[in-house]
Design a binder for this molecule. Structure first.
Ligand code: TMP
Length: 200
């Protein structure tokens, strides 16, 4: 049996985390690994509520932060940990860094440390990959879709800067997502395969 591995893909809106999580899952399965793909907000009841709140500008950032933390707590206990224990590679499309970055840039009352504190009961990923994207490219990619409350250029710039600072502080991998999908995915695959080789 292969060892389990917990991978989180992170990044600003339209960085392509969802596309790259799916492609990575297919790639790892083709190599014979058992892969469980999940996302946050999760598909549990709290996650569904949080997704609804993403369209509502009247929800305070503190409420968002607490609900994202509750969603993650349940998601980790009931899904992620179970799958890791069964020997799966778990890929999460967004995880704790999304809360640290998105919630703390919204309000001076929300510090990175407070977000970490309310999320302290969940397990952390073995690999966190930040897909870095220029907000101008991100918004151009989103042009035809309905925008959620976080998808405004000035906000996305703050998100980008904090992701990059966090990556430096925590030694996360940063991959530019301004390139075409194939190049970005190739870099992600190389990184994950190297990590798996080091485990075996
Ligand atoms: P997505 O499904 O397109 O990735 O959108 C999810 C949105 O939710 C995205 O704008 C980031 C935001 N988000 C947070 O603000 N905090 C979190 O903890 C998570 C997981 C997502």
């Amino acid at each position: 049996m292969h060892e389990s591995l917990f991978i989180a893909l992170e990044g600003g809106d339209a960085a392509g985390t969802t596309t790259h999580c799916h492609l990575l899952k297919g790639f790892l399965e083709s190599k014979g690994f058992k892969v469980y793909l999940t996302q946050e907000p999760s598909s549990n009841k709290i996650g569904i509520l949080v997704r609804e709140f993403l369209k509502n500008k009247d929800i305070p950032p503190t409420t968002d932060a607490l609900l994202f933390a509750a969603d993650r707590d349940l998601h980790y206990r009931n899904e992620i940990k179970k799958k890791l224990d069964e020997g799966y590679i778990v890929i999460s499309d967004r995880y704790i860094e999304s809360s640290i970055v998105y919630q703390s840039v919204q309000s001076d009352n929300i510090s990175v440390d407070w977000v970490k504190e309310i999320n302290k009961f969940v397990g952390l990923p073995d690999i966190t990959i930040i897909l870095d994207i220029d907000p101008k490219i991100a918004l151009a990619r989103k042009e035809t879709e309905e925008l959620e409350k976080f998808e405004v250029s000035s906000f996305l710039n703050k998100v980008r800067n904090l992701y990059l600072t966090r990556a430096k502080d925590e030694n996360y991998y940063i991959i530019s997502s301004d390139d075409i999908i194939e190049i970005v995915q190739d870099k992600i695959q190389t990184l994950v395969i190297n990590k798996l080789k080091n485990l075996s």
